[in-house]
Design a protein around this ligand. Structure first.
Ligand code: NAG
Ligand code: NAG
Ligand code: NAG
Ligand code: NAG
Ligand code: NAG
Length: 906
C-alpha cells in the first residue's frame, strides 16, 4: 500500500501526498529516493541507483540497436525483480531530461558525467541515442541534451509496464495498451502513465507526430481506468482525495496528449470532466477596455470572468511546501494590461453577436470550449460579483484548463480570424492578470502565448515579435532573467517549481521557442532572420524549406544534399528534397530507408496528379496503394484518410471510401465535408438510412451553411419519405441561397410535393385544435417566407395560393393570383416575346378563374363581407388591359383567341 501512495505522490509531483504515518510502511531507500526526486535532485538519485551497475563500461558500441540491446539487458538484469526501484529511476531520468531541455536550469552534471563515460564515448552515445529516439525516418532533434536519459527511461518503462518495445522494428500490427481497473496492478498502471509522459516527451523532439508512439500514448491516456487501477490499491482513508487529484491530472494529460497527436477534436469531454472535478467557473463576456498606454478611449473587448472553487484553492495552499518564485511586473511592453471599465454598461450583445456561431438562446451553454454570456443576467452570480480589474488568483489546475482550452481553440479554428484571436487574448489575459504570486510554468507560458497572438494582428505584430525575442532569451536562460522568476533560492527550488505541471501543459522544448520565432519570421516574409535561426538550431530541413519558399531552390537543394551526405539515414531530408524536385525516386528512397510517412503521401499525390512532363496518367490504384501504406503506419492522420476516401469515391472503391470517411469522422466529428462524403459512400452502397444520418450530422457541424450538403440531405430525405426533414432542408436552402440566386433558391417540385402533402391533411377547423409541427412550419415557409423571395415564378405563387385557401383565407389566396399576374404582365418583353405573352395569358386565366371561384366567398371581415365584391368588373378590366397591351403584336395568336373566349364566358 505504502508503495502505491509513494508512486501516486510522484505522479502528482507532490510530497504532501505521502502522509507521515505511512512512511514507516515504505521501504526506506525508496522513500528517500522519492523525496529526492520530489525535491528536484534527480541527479543524485540516478547516480546512487546506477552506482553499482556497469551500464556501458568500456564497450565500444557502433549501432543504435546494439546500444538498445545493451541497455535493455543491463537494466532488465538489475531491475526485473524491483519494479518499484525501476520506476523511481525511470522517473528521475525523465525529469532530468526535461529539466535539461525544457525547463532549465541546466543541471550541474551531464548524463555522460553521471554515467562516467569518456568524452569519446560521449559523442558516440549521443548520436546513437538520437537515432534510437528517431521515428519513421524523422530524426529526433539532435542538439538536445542528455538524450540517453530519455532512452533509458523509456526502456525501463517498457519493462515495468511489460509492453513490447518500440525501439525494435515497427510491429506489423499496432498493439494498443489495454488497462483494466481491476486486473492491472497499480504499479504497472503507474508505469504506463509515466510511459505515456515519456512518449509525449519523445514526440516533442520530432518535427511531426508519427509512428506508433502517439497511438500507444493515447491508448494509455484513453480511459479513466488508468486512475482506478492505481487507486484500488490505496488505503481507504486516502483513496477519495488521491482519486480526485489523480483524476484531475489524468484529464488534463488526456487533453495534452490529444493536442500533441493532432487529435484535438476529441478534447471537449475531458475538458468538461476536469472542470467539474475542480469546480472551476468561467465565462466569456463583453466589456469595455482601455489599454493603459496607447488608448484614450475605451473600446469594446472581451473578458474572461473566472473563479476557482474555494476548496481547490485551499487544497493547493496546503501544498506550498516551498517558496513560489516571486517576481515583479515591471516591463512596459511585456506586461502592459488593459483596464476594464465596468462590465455591463454596454449592451454585451453587440460585441459578441457578430460571430455567427454563437446561439442566441439565453443562459450559457457550459458544454462548450468557451461558454459565453451574451447578457449580463446570463453571467453566473459568483462571477458577476468579481472585480474585472482585480480578479482573484486561480488554482493552478484551473489556469492549466484555460491554457489547454485556448490551445484547443487555436488548433481547431482557422488562423487569422479576428474574433477568435480576441477570444484567445481574453483567455491569456485571465491567466496573466491575476492577483497573487505567479507560477513560473504557467505564467511564462501565458506570456509566450500572448506574444504569439499579438503577432497575428497587424497593429501589434512588432510588439509581438519583440516579446517573442525577449522571451526566447529569457526562457532560454541565455541571459540573466529579469521578468521571469529570479533564481533566488538556489537551483533546487527553481527546478522543482518549473517541473510542476510540465506534464499537464503542452511541451515546448527550448529550441521549439526559437523555431516558433523563426516560423513567425517566415510567415511574415522575413526569411533571412528565419534562416539564421534555423541554421543556428541546425534544423537543415526547415532552413531549406525557407530558401525554397523564397524561390531559391538551388540553395535549398544544396543544403539538403549536404545534410543527406552527413546523415544518410535522414529520411525526412530525402523526402523534402523529393518535394522540391518532384522526384518520385527520392520519395521511394525516403520510404525505404526510414518509412517516412509523408514520402508515401507525396507519392500518392504524384500518382493522383502526375506532372505533364512525366508522361504518366492518373493512376488511382497506385495512389491508393501508397496511401494505404502510409495509413498503416500512421492511422491518426485526418488529411490522409480524407484523401484516401476521396480517391476511393472517385474510382468506385466505395467500401474503402466508407471506411476512410468513418475514420475521418471518428477523428473529427465536426467535419461537415467528411460526414457528407461518408453519406455519399453510403448512398452508393444503397444504405440510405446511414446516409441520412451522416448528412444530418453534416448539417449540424462546422459549416452549417454549405448548401450542397443541405441539397443532398433533401434528396436523401425525399427518398426516405422523411418529409419534415425535406421541409427543413428546403427552407434552409432558400435561406442560404436567396441572397445570391433569388427565387432560383426554391426547389419547385419539392415545394409542390410539400404543398400536396399539406393540403391533403385536414386543416383544423376548430380554433382549439393544434397544428402539427410539420403543418405550421410548412405553412410558415410557404405563406411567409416564399412570398418574400418569389418574383415572377407563377408556379410558385400558385402553391402559395393553394395553401392560403387551405388555411381558409380565400382573400389571401386571391391576393397571390393578383401578384402572380402583376409580376408576369409587367414584363416589358410581353410585346415581343411570344412565350411571355403565352404565360401572361395563362396567369390571366388563373386570375380570372380565381375571381370566379373565390370572389363570392366570405371575406376577411367575417360574416357578411365578401372576398371581392366587384370581382366580375375586376376580371373584365384585367382581360381588357392585357388585350390592349397585346393588340399590336398578338392579335391573331392563339392567346388572343383565349382572351376573347374568357371575356365572353364571364
Ligand atoms: C505555483 O506552483 C507551486 C507548486 O505547486 C505552488 O506551491 C504555488 O502556490 C503556485 N503559485 C501560485 C501563485 O499559485
Ligand atoms: C490496406 O490494404 C490491405 C491489404 O489489401 C487491407 O487489408 C487493409 O484493410 C488496407 N488498409 C486500409 C486502411 O484500407
Ligand atoms: C468529397 O469531398 C471533396 C472535398 O470536399 C469534394 O470535392 C467531393 O466532391 C466530395 N465527394 C462527394 C461524392 O461528395
Ligand atoms: C404559344 O402558345 C401557342 C398555343 O397555345 C403555341 O402554338 C405557341 O408555340 C406558343 N409560343 C411559345 C413561344 O411558346
Ligand atoms: C538546443 C537547445 O536549446 N538545447 C538546450 C537544452 O538545455 C540546455 C540547458 O539545460 C541548454 O544549454 C541547451 O542549449
Amino acid at each position: 500500500m505504502g508503495t502505491v501512495v509513494l508512486q501516486a505522490a510522484l505522479l502528482l509531483g507532490s510530497e504532501r501526498a505521502i502522509p507521515t504515518e505511512l512512511c514507516g510502511e515504505i521501504d526506506a531507500t525508496c522513500l528517500g529516493y522519492a523525496k529526492l526526486i520530489l525535491g528536484g535532485q534527480h541527479e543524485v538519485v540516478i547516480g546512487e541507483i546506477l552506482k553499482s551497475i556497469n551500464l556501458i563500461g568500456d564497450c565500444s558500441i557502433e549501432e543504435p540497436q546494439e546500444l538498445y540491446r545493451r541497455l535493455n539487458t543491463q537494466l532488465a538484469e538489475r531491475f526485473e525483480k524491483h519494479p518499484n526501484l525501476a520506476l523511481l529511476l525511470a522517473v528521475a531520468l525523465l525529469q532530468s531530461f526535461i529539466q535539461s531541455n525544457f525547463t532549465g536550469p541546466a543541471p550541474t552534471q551531464s548524463a555522460y558525467q553521471i554515467l562516467s563515460c569518456s568524452s569519446l564515448q560521449k559523442e558516440q552515445l549521443h548520436q546513437l541515442s538520437v537515432s534510437l529516439l528517431s521515428v519513421l525516418g524523422q530524426p529526433a532533434y539532435d542538439l538536445c541534451d542528455d538524450a540517453i536519459f530519455l532512452v533509458m527511461s523509456l526502456i525501463l518503462l517498457e519493462q515495468t509496464s511489460k509492453q513490447t518495445s518500440l525501439f525494435v522494428d515497427i510491429p506489423e500490427e499496432l498493439s494498443t495498451v489495454e488497462i483494466s481497473a481491476i486486473e492491472t496492478p497499480a504499479i504497472v498502471a503507474c508505469a504506463h502513465w509515466w510511459r505515456a509522459r515519456a512518449l509525449l516527451t519523445q514526440l516533442s523532439l520530432l518535427p511531426e507526430p508519427s509512428g506508433p508512439h502517439p497511438i500507444v500514448a493515447s491508448s494509455i491516456l484513453s480511459s479513466i481506468d488508468l486512475v482506478y487501477a492505481i487507486t484500488k490499491e490505496l488505503p481507504p482513508h486516502l483513496k477519495s482525495e488521491l482519486e480526485n487529484q489523480l483524476g484531475i491530472s489524468y484529464y488534463l494529460e488526456n487533453v495534452k496528449c490529444s493536442l500533441a497527436t493532432n487529435t484535438e477534436h476529441l478534447c471537449l469531454p475531458s475538458l468538461i470532466k476536469v472542470q467539474k472535478l475542480t469546480g472551476f467557473q468561467f465565462v466569456l463576456t463583453g466589456a469595455r477596455a482601455k489599454r493603459t498606454k496607447y488608448q484614450q478611449e475605451a473600446r469594446s473587448g472581451l473578458i474572461i470572468l473566472a473563479n476557482s472553487s474555494p476548496i481547490t484553492v485551499r487544497d493547493q495552499e496546503k501544498d506550498s511546501s516551498f517558496n513560489p518564485e516571486s517576481f515583479a511586473l515591471e516591463s512596459d511592453y511585456l506586461l502592459e494590461r488593459p483596464i476594464f471599465q465596468s462590465i455591463g454598461d454596454e449592451p454585451l450583445d453587440e460585441q459578441i453577436v457578430k460571430r455567427p456561431k454563437i446561439d442566441q438562446g439565453s443562459g450559457i451553454d457550459e458544454e462548450k470550449l468557451l461558454p459565453v454570456a451574451l447578457r449580463q443576467e446570463d453571467i453566473p452570480i459568483d462571477l458577476r460579483e468579481l472585480d474585472p480589474n482585480n480578479q482573484p488568483a486561480l488554482a493552478n489546475h484551473d489556469n492549466i484548463q484555460l491554457l489547454l482550452r485556448m490551445q484547443v481553440i487555436r488548433q481547431t479554428t482557422p488562423a487569422q480570424n479576428p474574433m477568435v484571436e480576441q477570444e484567445l487574448s481574453a483567455i491569456v489575459g485571465r491567466v496573466l492578470y491575476q492577483s497573487g504570486q505567479k507560477n513560473w510554468t504557467l505564467f511564462s507560458r501565458g506570456l509566450w502565448e500572448r506574444s504569439l497572438i499579438e503577432t497575428t494582428k497587424a497593429k501589434t505584430v512588432e510588439r509581438g515579435l519583440l516579446q517573442m525575442q525577449s522571451l526566447v532569451e529569457e526562457l532560454g536562460l541565455k541571459i540573466k532573467t529579469r521578468l521571469l522568476p529570479q533564481e533566488s533560492e538556489g537551483t533546487q527550488v527553481t527546478n522543482v517549481e518549473r517541473l510542476k505541471f510540465v506534464h499537464q501543459v503542452p511541451f515546448v522544448p527550448r529550441w521549439a521557442l526559437d523555431a516558433k520565432l523563426a516560423e513567425k519570421y517566415m510567415s511574415l516574409g522575413i526569411l533571412k532572420s528565419a534562416v539564421e535561426i534555423y541554421e543556428r538550431l541546425s534544423m537543415t530541413c526547415e532552413a531549406a524549406l525557407c530558401h525554397a519558399a523564397a524561390g531559391d531552390e538551388r540553395t535549398a537543394e544544396e543544403m539538403l544534399i549536404k545534410r543527406i551526405q552527413e546523415n544518410p539515414k535522414d529520411a525526412r531530408a530525402y523526402s523534402i528534397l523529393g518535394d522540391i524536385r518532384q522526384d518520385p525516386d527520392l520519395w521511394v528512397k525516403s520510404w525505404d530507408i526510414g518509412k517516412y510517412v509523408n514520402s508515401k503521401n507525396a507519392l500518392a499525390r504524384y500518382f493522383y496528379n502526375p506532372p505533364a512532363s512525366s508522361g504518366l496518367k492518373k493512376d488511382h490504384s497506385a495512389c491508393l496503394k501508397h496511401l494505404n501504406e502510409s495509413l498503416r503506419l500512421y492511422p491518426l492522420s485526418f488529411d490522409t484518410w480524407f484523401f484516401y476516401g476521396c480517391v476511393g469515391l472517385e474510382c468506385g472503391r466505395i467500401e474503402l471510401a466508407a471506411e476512410a470517411f468513418t475514420r475521418c469522422v471518428s477523428l473529427d466529428a465536426t467535419h461537415s465535408l467528411a460526414w457528407s462524403n461518408l453519406s455519399a459512400a453510403f448512398m452508393e452502397l444503397g444504405k440510405l438510412k446511414e446516409a441520412h444520418s451522416c448528412l444530418s450530422k453534416a448539417t449540424s457541424s462546422d459549416s452549417p451553411n454549405n448548401w450542397r450538403i443541405w441539397d443532398n440531405y433533401m434528396l436523401v430525405s425525399i427518398k426516405l419519405n422523411l418529409w419534415p426533414d425535406v421541409l427543413l432542408a428546403c427552407r434552409k436552402l432558400v435561406e442560404i441561397r436567396k441572397g445570391k440566386v433569388g427565387e432560383f433558391s426554391i426547389d419547385l417540385p419539392v415545394v409542390e410535393k410539400l404543398v400536396e402533402l399539406l393540403v391533403t391533411s385536414e386543416f383544423p377547423s376548430e380554433a382549439s385544435a393544434r397544428l402539427t409541427h410539420f403543418q405550421s412550419s410548412c405553412m410558415e415557409f410557404i405563406c411567409e417566407i416564399l412570398p418574400g423571395v418569389v418574383t415572377t415564378n407563377s408556379r410558385c405563387w400558385k402553391q402559395v395560393a393553394k395553401v392560403e385557401l387551405w388555411r381558409k383565407r380565400p382573400w389571401a389566396s386571391l391576393d397571390c393570383y393578383e401578384k402572380e399576374y402583376r409580376a408576369m404582365s409587367h414584363n416589358p418583353d410581353l410585346e415581343f416575346d411570344e412565350k411571355v405573352w403565352n404565360d401572361s395569358v395563362d396567369t390571366c386565366d388563373d386570375l380570372v378563374s380565381a375571381y370566379e371561384s373565390l370572389g363570392e366567398m366570405e371575406g376577411k371581415h367575417g360574416l357578411g363581407s365578401l372576398v371581392c365584391k366587384d370581382w366580375k368588373y375586376k376580371a373584365r378590366s384585367t382581360i381588357k388591359s392585357l388585350m390592349s397591351r397585346g393588340k399590336n403584336n398578338w392579335e391573331d395568336s392563339d392567346g388572343w383567341e383565349r382572351l376573347v373566349e374568357l371575356r365572353n364566358n364571364l
